[in-house]
Design a protein around this ligand. Sequence first.
Ligand code: AMP
Length: 190
Amino acid sequence: MLNVVIFGAPGSGKGTQSELIIKEYGLDHISTGDVLRGEMKAGTELGKIAKDYIEKGQLVPDDLIVSMLANVLDSKKPAAGVIFDGFPRTIPQAKALKKMLNERGTDVSIMLNLQVDEDELIQRLLERGKISGRSDDNLETIKSRLEVYHTQTAPLADYYVEEGKHVAINGMGTIEEIFGRIKEAVNNVK
Ligand code: AMP
């Protein structure tokens, strides 16, 4: 199985590149942000709890995210592998992911760390906000999401360096250029 963690700040292109990776390698896509937005839309208990965190640009608590992910993973029964988009975002989530995959006889194959300048991130998110209709794509929430990324999520890169899974990807340039760099990295571990 090819299990890819796509990692990077909000606006670094995780969703866009995930779509291309899925097409190229036939992976299942799990985006915790998409799952949470689905729960919010459906008005579930989890959706109601998540809404407050998402609108403040804060992380939803680890225990909720981890049990949600286990359910999604079991319902998908992935064949070729999975791309994890927006998960893990904390060290406990990374450890829980490793345990979940190990229990299913597999592991993370590679972690792609998309690197994009801060000004470009803000620009991209504001542009996306004009069309996404996402309640968290506004300047105030973008700023707290970036702050949360730097303090809580970015340190996770070191965890994957220690695991020998970390690959830094230059996330500046055209979508095709960035995808070319990703393919090179993924083909190395396939
Ligand atoms: P995203 O679509 O990945 O940008 O996620 C949007 C929002 O959903 C984040 O700002 C968090 O509030 C929440 N979220 C998504 N994934 C996670 C996660 N793995 N852990 C905690 N919160 C998450």
